[in-house]
Design a protein around this ligand. Structure first.
Ligand SMILES: Nc1ncnc2c1ncn2[C@@H]1O[C@H](COP(=O)(O)OP(=O)(O)OP(=O)(O)O)[C@@H](O)[C@H]1O
Ligand SMILES: [Zn+2]
Ligand SMILES: [Zn+2]
Length: 986
């Protein structure tokens, strides 16, 4: 059983090793040294700044950038303790001078323990220039291989029973009786206590499942201290140096004697003092060892100065002898230090028997503890596991597994961690889950809890409702008063970059939006160092850094994978993917999204395209959660160049000044012009043409007033009175004007659609004639005109007494915004504005806010949504109230949103949905919608939705005529409007 599994693992590991080698070969062959340095795996132009003799007589050489001043920092790199590197002469090609292990990395220097420097070759004078290159790590691979071979051949050692349990040959057992514990840490919660007691009572195996922020390390520390109290010898491991250091730091307060093997990643004193080097330095043997090392250093110095070959080889011989003596003395001292320690800590591979642990007897350890076990290769766990009769594994297999390069190996099980494998098999028989989390606001936690942790998590009262605004120095704004924010780019055309490489995806539009939200938080007083920006793709991480590093040097910008195990007060996620195909790539990994979201303590903002991202049920549920419990903003609200900010009325403009500052508001006009990929849908709008509030006031109530509104109204009335079936407006209308047309058309019961592409996009309206009245030459345009737009914002207006007597039929085909970026942007925006508004209205009503006047910050609703009332909007209020009375709610299960004013009928299932749920994919009509779209594509050879096809039915001459007439009228109007506006500005 075990042997077979070990054999299988070996095979997969070989695969992985080959993939790793192939990758590094490909890099070295095809990538320039500069590029390698950019990728963090190479350091160029280094000089030696010091050298000394370290453990085992190895030569420790410190390198720094070769610059005039010593203050230069190394370029950002991925070098870390334990990495195998090759040392090359800068000018040299081919094989390295020698190889070594990185022992320490600081911002300015990297220290390498050189294994067997070739004689004299390394005369380390300061004039020479070197480079270091990370090499594919043989050492790790060989250790993993050795552990698996040992597992395969294991007979009768201390871990025999454990091996049986881990391969399901026998079930895990408990010790017959255990005394109740006295806890060192009195504040452990119930689930933590249970995990500690259970772990100690188990004979072979216990698993502590610690979801994000549930105090897994706190619990593990208690377990270890209890075990030490019972006189057990503990070997404590984790896959990474950082995780091991974390444990050392947390254990350092207790009374246990600690010994940290290997090279700590952190330079902190509490960790360093437990390192083997430091322990040995305090030992009896220490001064003799120090003497020998000094002799060796001197001998090295002499070889440098040596005149001839003979002299040099004499000194080298001397060094050899000294090294041997040093090794013997050190090993004796180490064996003593190791056996005296109650807890030995190392990385999984650092616990290998080719290291110091070979000095201990086989049965030395009673317990092996592995933290972050779900992030370790199973093979690496076997290194410590073979050394003890019992193990306690801790981790969270709902977060990201170890990174595997070989797709095949990953698919065939190499990425399945030991913890996940065991938890899946044994469940409650071996696992205890921690269920109180001490990190996240309840609303942030809730989604992860129900998706991944069986709904079992609860938020500790100390964090359950904490918000950014509760931190000192942070003012209460909309942004700092909400735990969840969704900035939705759906329909805004902020597509991902079209890069072939699946690994590297970027989205410049999202970069901009993230920047604006960071700024909003910083403006409110949130410290940049308390904010993390997290993206699933490295390219996006690079782009975000480029954009944000200078203005916010303390902002941490990382990949999801790089942020696992960390937390921040505020986390901004950029999901990147935005495409027509609904491809989500990396995002499909549920554990990655779990990690991303659960890094946040008080605030998480998700920037994404809900159309693309929502194509996955798992992600869609996240979006649902965000919209149900958080605030949703369309990215449009940030792009005020695209859509008039103040639409639809003066009241709105006023509110914005009083209420929390909306995104991209006046203080910081967002660089919308810079945002790539903004479709030309609104492109006809000139910068100066942005609507003034007074012009916009024409919109909602249709009273039109002063300007365009009444003119358009007059035009439409003329049209209604005429015998024309359709009226096309010129493409030169700006977005505000088009909006007016939309609104008026709706009010008058006219059908209106957008046609044409980009700058040629224009609006037309047509009468809703009863079908039998249609002449063959005037087919109802709608079916041929899938407008591809969302429900019109004005749809909800109460059925007016329109002259035509035909109320708009929400079941019109073509009113479908799904599936493509080419929707009617404006309509989409309006829809969102309205949805927001309706929500605010409702909120306002709930708190019995008087409809006018006193709207102060303290009156804001709990979630921090601005309370909106009144003023110019009384009509609208009335409409909304009426609508709510009608009490028709969304057809989506559990959704309580009213659909009377803002609903849309799905023509696949004939039910009404709110605007969050009307997209067929969202409420379960996805398949039908797709089939429908496919039919249309094959029938018409055009991609829908969108507005690919123009109306073919209208006589071109007629159209041209209409067009000219309208152009004229409109240019008159426009010039009038501009004139007025200028006057006002003066
Ligand atoms: N019983 C408790 N009472 C109060 N605070 C606690 C308790 N347990 C843990 N915490 C706090 O929760 C935070 C997280 O604890 P810890 O570092 O042990 O979590 P973790 O689960 O190991 O974290 P990670 O998610 O990174 O694995 C710490 O600030 C810790 O002080
Ligand atoms: Zn449906
Ligand atoms: Zn709904």
């Amino acid at each position: 059983m075990a042997a077979e599994a070990a054999e299988r693992q070996l095979e997969l590991l070989r695969d992985e090793r080959e993939a790793e080698l192939a990758q590094s070969r490909a890099w070295q062959e095809s990538v320039s040294l500069k590029e390698l340095q950019r990728r963090g795996v190479c350091l160029l132009k280094l000089q030696v700044t010091s050298q000394r003799t370290g453990l085992y007589g190895r030569l420790l050489v410190t390198f720094q950038p070769r610059k005039w001043d010593t203050d230069t920092e190394l370029p950002s790199n991925s070098f870390g303790p334990g990495d195998i590197v090759g040392l090359y002469e800068s000018a040299g090609q081919g094989d390295p001078l020698c190889t070594g292990v990185v022992t320490r990395v600081t911002p300015k220097a990297v220290t390498v323990a050189l294994e067997e420097p070739r004689d004299g070759e390394l005369a380390m004078d300061h004039e020479r220039s070197f480079r270091l290159l990370k090499l594919a790590n043989d050492v790790t691979y060989n250790r993993l291989k050795r552990a698996l071979i040992a597992l395969k051949q294991y007979r009768g050692g201390p871990a025999s029973d454990l091996i049986d349990v881990l391969f399901f040959a026998s079930a895990p057992r408990a010790f017959p009786e255990t005394k109740p514990l006295e806890f060192f840490n009195a504040s452990l919660d119930e689930s933590q206590r249970e995990a500690v007691s259970f772990s100690l009572a188990q004979r072979e195996l216990a698993i502590i499942h610690g979801p994000p922020g549930t105090g897994k390390t706190t619990t593990l520390v208690e377990v270890i201290l209890q075990a030490v109290q019972q006189g057990l010898k503990v070997l404590c491991c984790a896959p990474s140096n950082v995780a091991v250091d974390n444990l050392v730091e947390r254990l350092a307060g207790g009374r246990a004697r600690l010994l940290r093997l290997g090279h700590p990643a952190r330079l902190l004193q509490p960790i360093q003092q437990h390192s083997l080097d430091a322990v040995l330095a305090r030992g009896d043997n220490a001064h003799i060892v120090a003497d020998i090392r000094r002799d060796m250093d001197q001998a090295w110095a002499k070889t440098k100065k040596a005149q001839d070959k003979g002299e040099r080889s004499h000194f080298l011989g001397e060094i050899k002898t000294l090294r041997k003596e040093l090794k013997e003395r050190e090993e004796a001292a180490m064996a003593a230090a190791l056996s005296q320690a109650s807890v030995v800590l190392a990385t999984n591979t650092g616990a290998s028997s080719d290291g110091p642990l070979k000095l201990l007897p086989e049965t030395h350890f009673d317990l092996a503890v592995i933290d972050e076990c779900a992030q370790a290769l199973e093979a690496s766990c076997w290194i410590p596991l073979l050394k003890a009769p019992k193990c306690i594994l801790a981790g969270d297999h709902k977060q990201l597994p170890p990174t595997i390069i070989s797709h095949r190996a990953a698919a065939e099980g190499l990425s399945l961690s030991l913890m996940e494998r065991l938890a899946g098999h044994y469940g409650e028989r071996a696992v205890r889950m921690l269920t109180v989390q001490y990190r996240m606001h309840r609303d942030i936690m809730e989604w992860a809890s129900s998706e991944l942790y069986g709904g079992r998590l609860s938020a500790h009262p100390s964090v359950a409702q904490h918000l950014l605004r509760d931190l000192p120095g942070i003012s209460s704004t909309e942004e700092t008063s909400i735990p969840l924010l969704l900035i939705d780019t759906a329909g805004c055309g902020l597509f991902e970059l079209e890069v072939e490489d699946e690994q590297s995806k970027g989205n410049p539009g999202e970069v901009q939006l993230v920047g604006m939200h960071v700024q909003a938080l910083v403006d409110a007083g949130v410290k940049a160092k308390d904010i993390a920006v997290v993206a699933p793709y490295n390219l996006q991480v690079d782009m975000l850094r480029q954009h944000l590093c200078h203005s916010h040097p303390e902002l941490e910008i990382k990949s999801v994978d790089g942020f696992q195990g960390r937390e921040k007060e505020a986390v901004i996620l950029s999901f990147v993917r935005s495409n027509r195909k609904g491809e989500v790539g990396f995002l499909a990994e549920e554990r990655r999204i779990n990690v991303a979201v659960t890094r946040a303590r008080r605030h998480v903002a998700v920037v994404c395209d809900s159309h693309t991202v929502g194509s996955r049920p798992f992600l869609r549920r996240l979006l649902d959660h965000l919209s149900r419990h958080g605030l949703v903003r369309s990215a449009f609200e940030y792009l005020d160049d695209l859509v008039p900010q103040n639409y639809p009325g003066e009241g709105c403009a006023q509110r914005r000044q009083q209420g929390p500052k909306p995104p991209g508001s006046k203080a910081r006009p967002p660089p919308a012009g810079k945002i790539k990929g903004v479709p030309a849908g609104a492109g006809s709008q000139k910068p100066g043409a942005r609507s003034s509030p007074s012009a916009a006031g024409a919109g909602r109530d249709g009273t039109g007033s002063k300007e365009g509104g009444s003119r358009f109204r007059a035009m439409l009335m003329d049209f209604l009175a005429s015998s024309e079936a359709q009226l096309d407006f010129p493409a030169s209308l700006n977005s505000h004007e088009r909006m007016l047309v939309h609104v008026l058309a709706e009010e008058l019961g006219l059908q209106h659609l957008s046609s044409g592409e980009g700058r040629d996009r224009y609006i037309s309206v047509c009468k809703r004639l009863p079908k039998q009245h249609l002449l063959p030459s005037e087919p109802l345009p709608e079916p041929q005109h899938p407008s591809g737009k969302s429900p019109d914002p004005a749809e909800p207006l109460p059925k007016p007494q329109h002259p035509s007597g035909n109320s708009p039929d929400p079941a019109e085909p073509g009113e479908n915004s799904k599936g493509s970026g080419k929707v009617d942007l404006k309509a989409l925006h309006l829809e969102r504005v309205q949805r927001e508004r309706a929500r605010r209205e409702e909120a306002a009503r709930k708190v019995q806010e008087p409809s006018c006047g006193s709207r102060k910050k303290d009156k804001r609703e709990a979630k921090g949504k601005p309370v909106i009332g009144s003023g110019a909007e009384e009509d609208f209020d009335a409409l909304i109230s009426a609508a709510i009375e009608a009490d028709r709610t969304c057809g989506f299960p559990r959704c309580k949103a009213s659909v009377t004013t803002l609903g849309q009928l799905c023509h696949h299932c004939q039910r009404l949905f709110c605007l969050s749920h009307h997209i067929p994919e969202v409420h379960g009509c996805g398949e039908k919608a797709k089939a429908h779209a496919r039919q249309r594509i094959s029938r018409e050879g055009v991609l829908y939705p969108g507005s690919g096809s123009k109306d073919k039915s209208l006589d071109p001459a007629k159209r041209a005529h209409l067009q000219r007439r309208l152009d004229k009228k409109l240019s008159e109007l426009t010039s009038q409007r501009k004139g007025k506006k200028k006057d006002k500005e003066k």
